[in-house]
Design a protein. Structure first.
Length: 135
């Protein structure tokens, strides 16, 4: 997946020093992953209703390089780097649009979960195929 999503830093995203609060980078990354699924033709509420699944975060990490500040325009990228029967690993970056500087690099491991049992389950074949095609 070579996907990117634009994000603007709002006042509510910043701390007292006017820089993005560290946990908000995870929110930006979540938005980009949601938009990636939408780009592939899948809404999260449709996955829940039609397939009885959700993707949950099993592991998340971030390496902060430089601060983003109020009103910055950012790119949040995502790349599918690993996939299995029920899990995906996505590498993500947050870059400042104005100069392309890397502000944060992170990643998440997502697990496909059956809502009835709330246990890992296979990612539906057509969804996984679309994800792999985007690589």
């Amino acid at each position: 997946m070579s996907f990117r999503w634009p994000v603007r830093v709002y006042y509510e995203d910043t701390d007292a020093a006017g820089i993005v609060y560290y946990a908000n980078y995870f929110r930006f990354m979540e938005r980009a992953r949601t938009e990636w699924l939408r780009h592939l033709g899948y809404e999260q509420d449709d996955l829940r209703r039609d397939h009885g699944i959700v993707f949950v975060v099993r592991r998340a990490e971030a390496d902060y390089r430089e601060p983003a500040r109020f009103n910055d325009l950012l790119w949040v990228t995502g790349e599918l780097v690993e996939f299995g029967r029920s899990a995906l690993t996505i590498r993500q970056e947050v870059l400042r649009q104005a100069d392309g500087r890397l502000l944060c690099r992170g990643g998440v491991q997502l697990v496909c979960v059956d809502l009835q049992r709330f246990r890992p389950t296979a990612i539906p074949r057509e969804i996984l195929e679309k994800m792999k095609d985007e690589r």
